[in-house]
Design a protein around this ligand. Structure first.
Ligand code: SF4
Length: 302
């Protein structure tokens, strides 16, 4: 850990970690957060090197927003299977099929796909972004559950693209497990991520992104929480609400892709300045506009 801190100072680097990272990676990071918070942090840092401990689409977003900075990812195989369910060709195909619709893509999508959309959103702001897009008909991908969530919250007509895409980790949660846990822990508050099936939202007390779940736990008077999202978030919650008990709604809800990063890989990444995120300039400039659309909404809400 000391060697990582030393290299970080020498190279004017920062380490950003997603809420789903291994505990030891979260502990050495300069900032831990969800996709939206990490994208914003990346635009505000004056570091020369950003080491991004998350999956590839997150590091790509940091690179798109910071074309003059070096963005590194410790393990180049950290890919998101859900993002891969929506290749750019499929976005173009849906655009041709629904010429009057606007396309909103979850930040959990490939840079090439983002290059063909009108706006990007995260699970923290999906409804706000959909509401601000200038069309009543929205093609939304690649998470079909988040598409439904945005539809409920925005009242716009939303077509999920593709129709049945999903996060394999959030697919593990189910209503009957949550009901059983609620019976066992009657005083617990249930928090669920919108990537879970809508039947899980029905039995949750709160539905929101990891950043919103985190804030809800900090302000809540409850001292027991059932958490329906990737288990990595529990580390941060336990650190900042040491008085509370946290129960995972599914014990094996672990994103193996996020967990590919290790301390050793972070050290090697900094030492050898590998693996650099490199995107074609055309993709960078095309994808930047829909990401900035989302960031501007955030600006106007301040
Ligand atoms: S938790 Fe799901 S959406 Fe997030 S990176 Fe893993 S597979 Fe992708």
């Amino acid at each position: 850990m000391y060697r990582i801190q030393k290299l970080k100072v020498e190279k004017k680097a920062i380490i950003l970690a997603h809420n789903y990272q291994r505990p030891e990676i979260q502990d050495i990071a300069d900032f831990v957060g969800d996709s939206l918070e990490l994208s914003l942090y990346a635009t505000q840092t004056d570091a020369k090197i950003i080491v991004f401990c998350g999956v590839n689409f997150m590091a790509e977003t940091a690179s798109i927003l910071n074309p003059d900075k070096t963005v590194l990812i410790p393990d180049v195989n950290a890919l998101c299977p859900m993002a891969s369910m929506l290749p750019a060709d499929l976005v173009r195909l849906y655009r041709r099929k629904y010429p009057k619709a606007k396309v909103v893509l979850y930040i959990n999508s490939l840079a090439e796909a983002k290059a063909h959309c009108d706006a990007v959103c995260t699970s923290a702001n999906a409804a706000e972004v959909v509401s601000r897009v200038d069309s009543e008909l929205i093609l939304f991908g690649p998470d079909a559950n988040l598409a439904r969530y945005a539809q409920v919250k925005s009242n716009k007509e939303i077509i999920p693209i593709p129709q049945y895409s999903f996060c394999p980790v959030h697919k593990l949660f189910n209503k009957s497990d949550v009901i059983r846990l609620k019976r066992e822990h009657r005083d617990a508050m249930v928090l669920a991520h919108p990537e879970c099936d809508p039947s899980v939202w029905e039995v949750a007390d709160f539905v929101g992104s990891t950043s919103r779940m985190y804030r809800e736990v900090l302000i809540s008077k409850a001292d027991k929480f059932i958490i329906a999202t990737e288990k990595g978030l529990l580390h941060r919650l336990k650190k900042d609400r040491g008085d509370a008990v946290f129960i995972p709604a599914y014990d094996e809800a672990i994103c193996v892709n996020m967990r590919l990063h290790t301390l050793e890989k972070v050290y090697l990444c900094l030492r050898d300045e590998k693996y650099k995120i490199k995107l074609p300039p055309k993709i960078t400039s095309m994808a930047r506009e829909p990401i900035e659309f989302m960031l501007k909404i955030r600006e106007t809400q301040k």
